[in-house]
Design a protein. Structure first.
Length: 181
């Protein structure tokens, strides 16, 4: 019999706790116009948070670092990641440099200053990747896949024009890119 009483008390406590929590979820807003009070429910708070999150995502999208490489009268657009190496490269723009073929899968050039790799991650480089090879101070544009390699830091990927990387030759210009919408 005492077990049944304890179970009933526990059940009653849980139910009253839920009801109390539900009552706390509805709060009065003091910024409502005089004579009118606005009640905000949990659903309203969730909607507000979703709207705030979407606004932040929109701001982050607008703040993304994008570059364009102009070579042979073509444009290749890259979206850079949020790494120290990508930001330090972006800070050196605009650049005009000589690009050359290296191996059978990449074009390389040297930025004027070494890039900051302190908060960057090494990684593999599929077609369309822009990366930094720190031992040689080379920026690499990949038109063929490359495996992860010590000192190779991924900076971003193509948004448009990865098929044009293979044909890059001579002087190229790299500058910040803002998409026109």
């Amino acid at each position: 019999m005492t077990k049944k009483v304890l179970m009933l008390l526990l059940l009653f406590s849980m139910l009253t706790g839920c009801v109390f929590a539900g009552a706390k979820a509805t709060e009065q807003k003091s910024d409502a116009p005089a004579g009118k009070e606005k009640t905000e429910t949990i659903a309203d708070v969730g909607t507000t948070r979703d709207a705030d999150r979407k606004e932040k995502e929109k701001d982050m999208t607008a703040a993304k670092l994008m570059i364009k490489v102009i070579a042979n009268q073509n444009e290749i657009v890259f979206l850079l990641n949020d790494s120290s190496v990508a930001r330090s490269f972006y800070a050196q723009l605009p650049l005009t440099v000589a690009a050359e073929n290296y191996g059978n899968n990449e074009k390389v050039f040297q930025p004027p200053k070494k890039l900051d790799c302190s908060k960057a991650q090494e990684g593999a480089c599929p077609v369309g990747t822009i990366a930094y090879f720190s031992p040689w101070n080379n920026v690499c544009l990949y038109y063929g896949d490359a495996p992860r390699y010590t000192g190779l830091y991924v900076m971003g990927k193509t948004v448009r024009g990865s098929e044009l990387i293979r044909n890059i030759s001579g002087k190229i210009k790299i500058e910040a890119y803002t998409s026109e919408k």
